[in-house]
Design a protein around this ligand. Structure first.
Ligand code: SF4
Length: 275
């Protein structure tokens, strides 16, 4: 029994022509010569690994829809009164509004939170940039911690670097930190992730010394995941700029053959990979 539904998924905007598919491969039980297709396999013959990316890229947040045999919906929580812990067993005190969900993290410098929640990391993707204000304000007034993902400085079009390639100005990072801080009510913190490229570009020094950030997360290995650390780049100039900032850009935007393919049309986008 296949718990996936291979070869067709809304996240990739692909589907089978037939209503009957072989469960293990996801190929239609009648794979038709001349099919105009739209399954993964059909599209992959034209666009190859572009199918790694949920579509339309930069406008969606995608989740896996694998069906697990057991999930939380199979469990019932049957509550009944059996004393009280954390509060007096007093019907005037043990009330719903008195529930305390406060917690903290950190070893020597504790950060209090109203609820034990961190956001997912919102980094250099368009979806994170465009929706940042909603997340930042919501997290700040909810008293939870907001994770600013990797490469925010690295893809900032207005980024300024010094002679050693270290960040001296990043209006996009400034905006992200300031927006959270403006609505911060003493609970939670903004946590800036730093990957290999960020480390080399001095992002940690910039956010700590210039923006007053107090929490950072050092990360390595993003590029080793199935998909991660990647954005699509729609212009040749931008692809070359990101390569010059230390990113791996595929295909190589400085290769004359790929430049010609991009200008002629078959090559539509470059990919920026971070580590
Ligand atoms: S190519 Fe067409 S017929 Fe073949 S598996 Fe894909 S959708 Fe089905």
């Amino acid at each position: 029994m296949n718990l996936h539904r291979p070869n067709a998924n809304e996240a990739l905007q692909t589907k089978n022509r037939s209503r009957n598919v072989a469960p293990q491969s996801g190929i239609c039980s009648r794979c038709l010569d001349g099919c105009k297709g739209n399954c993964d396999m059909f599209q992959a013959t034209f666009r190859g690994r572009e199918l790694l990316y949920p579509q339309p890229f930069g406008k969606v947040t995608a989740g896996a829809d694998k069906d697990y045999p057991v999930d939380y919906s199979h469990l019932n929580i049957m509550g009944y009164a059996l004393g009280a812990k954390g509060i007096a067993p007093d019907p005037d005190k043990a009330t719903f509004p008195a529930v305390d969900t406060e917690t903290s993290f950190g070893f020597s410098q504790k950060v209090k939170m109203k609820v034990p929640i961190f956001t997912g990391a919102l980094g250099s993707t368009d979806i994170a940039r465009i929706n940042w204000n909603h997340f930042a304000v919501g997290a700040a007034i909810s008293g939870i911690s907001l994770v600013c993902g990797e490469n925010v400085c690295g893809i900032d079009p207005e980024l300024e670097l010094d002679g050693q390639g270290m960040v001296t100005k990043s209006p996009e990072m400034d905006r992200r930190v300031k927006m959270y801080r403006r609505y911060h009510e003493g609970y939670g913190d903004i946590l800036v992730q730093i990957n290999v490229e960020d480390t080399r570009n001095g992002v940690a020094e910039y956010v700590i010394e210039k923006l007053g950030a107090e929490t950072i997360e050092l990360k390595w290995g993003q590029g080793a995941k199935c998909i991660g650390g990647e954005i699509k780049v729609n212009s040749l100039e931008r692809a070359i700029e990101l390569k010059n900032r230390g990113y791996i850009v595929t295909p190589d935007p400085e290769n004359p053959a790929f430049q010609a393919a991009f200008k002629a049309g078959p090559l539509k986008q470059f990919e920026r990979h971070s580590r």
